[in-house]
Each structure stands twice: as C-alpha cells, then as structure tokens.
Design a protein around this ligand. Structure first.
Ligand SMILES: [Zn+2]
Length: 117
C-alpha cells in the first residue's frame, strides 16, 4: 500500500510508513459512510402498523421506504428528513394504539363492573 501522507510504497503488512512514520492502518479501515448510519425505521413502522394504528403505520412505512431510496440517490438531507418523519409517525401510531387499547380495556372493565351489579 502507499502512504497517504508522503506517497511512499510500503509493505502490505506495514502499520507505519517506512519513510515518514504515518500510520497506515487508518487508511485501510476507513470510517463507515454516512449512508449506513441513517436508520430507516422500517421494522418499527411495520410493527406500528400491525399492533397500533394502521393508517399512521402505513404513512410511517412510506417514509421508511423512502430513506434507502434517497440514500442510493445520494440525497443525505432528504434521507435524514424521511428517517425523522418515519420515526415521528411510528411514535404517533404507537401513542394512538396505546390510547385505543386503554380505552378498549376501560370499556371491558366498565362492562364487567356493570354486569356484576
Ligand atoms: Zn509516509
């Protein structure tokens, strides 16, 4: 491999450049690209659709599906915004699903209380 600082050719197994001492390992293991660090919330969106709130879950899935497409197009800000929207709709669906379940349960409990009188 070649040193990225001075351009000297080094052995493939070298850790430091023989010419200038620059660390060669860092060039061989670069940071993962930004693209892989944007979550798409697709799994959460599907779970929200099944267990919480179907219409809002579908909106979340639409945004979640857009994240990877925007990333492939290289549009990082749009991918981040779609990721944020997917997350937001997941939480709204989860909140409504939870509220709906609590209301449903309170009706069952109310029915049992009235039925026992
Ligand atoms: Zn060097």
């Amino acid at each position: 491999m070649y040193c990225r600082k001075c351009g000297t050719r080094n052995e493939e197994s070298s850790i430091h450049c023989i010419q200038c001492g620059e660390r060669l390992e860092a060039a061989a293991a670069p940071q993962p690209p930004v693209a892989t660090r944007i979550p798409n919330y697709l799994v959460q969106s599907i779970l929200a659709t099944i267990f919480c709130c179907l219409p809002l879950g579908i909106v979340a899935i639409i945004y979640a599906a857009q994240v990877n497409g925007k990333l492939e197009a290289g549009d990082i800000p749009a991918a981040l915004s779609a990721s944020k929207n997917a997350k937001m709709f997941c939480w709204i669906a989860f909140g409504l699903g939870l509220a709906g379940t609590l209301i449903y349960l309170s009706f069952i409990i109310l029915g049992m209380v009235i039925g026992n009188q």
